[in-house]
Design a protein around this ligand. Structure first.
Ligand SMILES: Cc1cc2nc3c(=O)[nH]c(=O)nc-3n(C[C@H](O)[C@H](O)[C@H](O)COP(=O)(O)OP(=O)(O)OC[C@H]3O[C@@H](n4cnc5c(N)ncnc54)[C@H](O)[C@@H]3O)c2cc1C
Ligand code: FES
Length: 279
C-alpha cells in the first residue's frame, strides 16, 4: 500500500499529492510515469512523475479530475493509501547538453515538464520554460519552474497573466528575438503538442513530445497505447512516452482517443450518480 503524505487542491479539480513510494523514488527519472489503481475495483491509470525526492522516498503526482478514476484518487485524504502504484515506467527523457532547451507545458502538462527542465539545467543547458494555461488562476508549478529555468515565459488564453495567447506565441517570441533553440520538449493536450510541432517543423527545431494515449498495463503487454511514429507502430508506454514530434501521426492518435471517450463518459456518469462507493 502506498500512503498519501500530502494533498493540496491548487485550483478547482487540480490536485498535488505526494505519495510514499521509496523504491520508485530511488529509480525515477525525468519523463517517466507510474500506473496506479486506487482500490481493487478501480481502473489502472497512468500519471506522470511530476517530481521525486530520493531522500524522502516520495513521488509527486499532479493531476486533474476529469473522470471516474481521477475523481476517486482526489477523494483520498492524507493517511489513506493507494492499492497499486507501479513504476517508474517508460523510457526516461534524453538528458544531455544540447545547448538551449525550451520546455513547453500546456495546462496540467506544465507539471511533467518540471523534472525535464531541472535535469536539462543540471546537464548544463540554458533552459527556457514556456508555461501555458487558460488563465492565471490555473497555472501550476510557476515557483518550482522559476527555481530551475533561466527564463520563464507565461502565456494565458485570456491574457490574465503573461502573453495573451497560446504557447506557440511564446515560442514565436523567442524565434523573433533571434534565440537559437537546440531542442524543444512539449507536453500537454494532444492538440497543443500538434500545434507546437506544426510551428517548429518549418523552422527545423527538434521537438520532443510526450504522448498520452490510453494505457492499460503500461508495460508493453496489452497494445492499448499503440501510436504511429515515422510510419511504424510503437507502444507509447515502453518505446515512449517521448517521441520525435515531427514523426508522430497526430491524426491517428486523436482518432484513437475519441474511440474511448464515449465509454468513459458513461463510467463517469455512473460513478457521479452512485458516489465513490463503486458497486
Ligand atoms: C503517460 C501518461 C501520463 C499522464 N500523466 C498525467 C498527469 O500527470 N496528470 C494528469 O492529470 N493526467 C495525466 N495523464 C492522463 C490520465 O491518465 C487520465 O486523465 C486518466 O487516466 C483519466 O482517467 P479517469 O477515469 O479519471 O477519466 P476517464 O473519464 O476514464 O477518461 C477521460 C480521458 O482521460 C484519458 N484516459 C482515460 N483512461 C486513460 C488511461 N488508462 N490512460 C491514458 N489516458 C486515459 C482519455 O483521454 C479520456 O478521454 C497521463 C496519461 C498518460 C498516458
Ligand atoms: S499500455 Fe499496454 S502496451 Fe502500452
Amino acid at each position: 500500500m502506498f500512503k498519501v503524505l500530502t494533498k493540496k487542491e491548487t485550483s478547482p479539480g487540480v490536485f498535488f499529492m505526494n505519495i510514499d513510494a521509496p523504491r520508485i523514488a530511488k529509480k525515477a527519472q525525468a519523463g517517466q510515469f507510474i500506473v496506479l489503481r486506487v482500490d481493487e475495483k478501480g481502473e489502472r491509470i497512468p500519471l506522470t512523475i511530476a517530481d521525486f525526492d530520493r531522500e524522502k522516498g516520495t513521488i509527486l503526482l499532479v493531476f486533474q479530475v476529469i473522470g471516474a478514476s481521477t475523481m476517486e484518487l482526489s477523494a483520498l485524504n492524507v493517511g489513506d493509501s493507494i492499492l497499486d502504484f507501479v513504476g517508474p515506467l517508460g523510457t526516461p527523457s534524453e538528458i544531455k547538453k544540447f545547448g538551449t532547451v525550451v520546455v513547453v507545458g500546456g495546462g496540467i502538462g506544465v507539471a511533467p515538464t518540471f523534472p525535464v527542465a531541472r535535469a536539462m539545467k543540471e546537464a548544463g543547458n540554458k533552459v527556457i520554460a514556456i508555461m501555458g494555461a487558460r488563465s492565471k488562476d490555473i497555472l501550476v508549478m510557476e515557483d518550482e519552474m522559476r527555481s530551475v529555468a533561466d527564463e520563464v515565459i507565461v502565456t494565458t488564453d485570456d491574457g490574465s497573466y503573461g502573453i495573451k495567447g497560446f504557447v506557440t506565441n511564446g515560442i514565436e517570441t523567442l524565434v523573433k528575438r533571434g534565440e537559437h533553440i537546440d531542442q524543444i520538449t512539449a507536453i500537454g493536450p494532444v492538440i497543443m503538442m500538434k500545434s507546437v510541432v506544426d510551428f517548429t517543423r518549418p523552422l527545423n527545431i527538434k521537438t520532443v513530445v510526450s504522448l498520452n494515449p490510453v494505457m492499460v498495463d503500461g508495460t508493453g503487454m496489452c497494445g492499448g497505447c499503440r501510436v504511429m511514429v515515422d510510419d511504424k507502430m510503437r507502444f507509447a508506454c515502453v518505446d515512449g512516452p517521448e517521441f520525435d514530434g515531427h514523426k508522430v501521426d497526430f491524426k491517428d492518435l486523436m482518432l484513437r482517443q475519441k474511440t474511448y471517450r464515449a465509454e468513459e463518459s458513461v463510467e463517469k456518469d455512473h460513478i457521479c450518480h452512485i458516489g465513490l462507493g463503486r458497486d
